[in-house]
Design a protein around this ligand. Structure first.
Ligand SMILES: [Zn+2]
Length: 415
């Protein structure tokens, strides 16, 4: 058969998405399926049962990552892997993560149906606790798999009730035998809803993802002096909030100076004592800076520090800033990016390059193997929300691109 025109079954993909979304379905049309809960177990069990029906060989590792393999003809080749996560936020949607897992499964179902053999095996991956909502750190399963942190560190993480990852994994029966990372990966692709508004705004169907933005998180603290709002004349105040506002504004200004991928956000503010007629004595807030290269991110970092140094001198206030998290930008592998671009163009879909502003399992897997991502639009760019929505035809298109990108790397066996 002519594999160039091969397409997946969009209805089957949609039906699987809707069926999985019933597990943990919320009244507002979303999904609440937190990592390592009974619902997570039910979701895993369901997807694995679908994998078994498709004749896949199941392996589970010690952090609960699930790999479902369709054997290739050449056992010496490392498998071409694709997947994502099926845990959700407390007010999550039907598509974030779930789409990447079920799109990979749909690729395998299509190959089965059309009786197409590949040289390399193809594996569907479900990564444990990507969301990091119940247990920190986020992207836990792929992080352990890729050696970003240890299995022991992940096992020790506890939820707000004090339950540990280890105990909860054991309770739901998902501590496997395999040592995380002892699993070869030839290349990795992850299909995902964009979680941003860029594709929808531009009216494009497929996002080719060259990189994931790096980020630096800071805690900032400005200390002044509380005093009565009436008797204290303006020149004699030590108003912490007024200095904090300047830093908050500069956070956004810095991002504007590094387009198109510079991002600057202040999302958390605590004002003390937060009283109408008291000059604020202390303000604590977060700063989140992002960009696509480490060089640019470092420039943003330096500008923030020199701005604060200047402000210290001007105001005489105590200003502390501390970088509390740093993830370097993650460029995806040129071969995988090219495979996605080529597949989308062969299939006649409109495309554009979209950097990812959010974290994904693919970032960690990229440390071990050539990796790439495929984005499809989601309604109003909204995710981590029960109203998260995506169009069946876009999900189908992204899955078709995934199919051909995987086939490019797994090599179709001549028949
Ligand atoms: Zn996700």
């Amino acid at each position: 058969m002519d594999t160039d025109t091969l397409t997946i079954n969009g209805e089957r993909l949609w039906h699987s998405l809707m069926t999985l979304a019933e597990i943990g379905a919320t009244a507002k049309g979303g999904v609440k399926r937190l990592a390592l809960t009974d619902l997570d177990k039910q979701g895993r069990d369901l997807v694995i049962s679908w994998g078994r029906e498709a004749g896949l060989h199941i392996t589970i590792d010690k952090i609960g990552n699930v790999f479902m393999r369709r054997d290739g003809l050449n056992k010496t080749l490392p498998p071409i892997m694709s997947g994502s996560h099926i845990d959700t936020q407390p007010t999550g949607g039907k598509f974030d993560g779930n789409y990447g897992v079920l799109a990979a499964l749909e690729v395998v179902r299509t190959l089965n149906e059309k009786n197409i053999q590949t040289q390399a095996s193809i594996e569907v991956a479900i990564w444990t606790n990507e969301e990091g909502s119940r247990f920190v750190p986020v992207m836990m399963g792929s992080g352990v798999f890729c050696g970003a942190f240890t299995l022991e560190h992940a096992y020790a993480a506890r939820d707000v009730e004090g339950k540990s990852v280890h105990d909860e994994l054991e309770r739901i029966g998902y501590i496997g035998d395999e040592q995380p990372g002892q699993h070869p990966v030839g290349a990795y692709f992850e299909a995902h809803i964009e979680q941003g508004p860029v594709l929808e705004n531009a009216g494009k169907v497929i996002g080719v993802v060259p990189a994931v933005l790096g980020l630096s998180w800071y805690d900032c603290e400005v200390t002044g002096m509380e005093a009565h709002a009436g008797p204290t004349p303006m020149p004699l105040r030590k108003d912490a909030l007024q200095a904090a506002i300047k830093i908050m504004q500069e956070t956004v200004n810095i991002a504007h100076r590094y387009p198109p991928y510079g991002r600057g956000t202040v999302g958390f503010i605590e004002n003390f004592p937060n009283s109408r007629n008291v000059i604020p004595g202390q303000v604590k807030f977060s700063v989140d800076l992002r960009n696509v290269s480490e060089v640019l991110l470092n420039k943003m970092h330096d500008e923030m520090l020199s701005f604060i140094e200047k402000l210290r001198k001007e105001t005489g206030l105590e200003i502390k800033i501390k970088r509390v998290s740093h993830y370097p930008p993650c460029p995806f592998h040129p071969d995988c990016v090219a495979a996605v671009r080529q597949a989308a163009s062969d299939l006649g879909y409109s495309t554009m390059d979209v950097v990812s502003g959010a974290g994904h399992d693919a970032i960690y897997v990229a440390r071990l193997a050539a990796s790439g991502m495929i984005f499809v639009p989601c309604k109003d760019g909204i995710s981590h929300n029960e109203i998260e929505d995506a169009k069946p035809e876009h999900l189908e298109a992204g899955c078709n691109v995934l199919l051909h990108a995987i086939l490019d790397r797994a090599q179709i066996a001549s028949n």
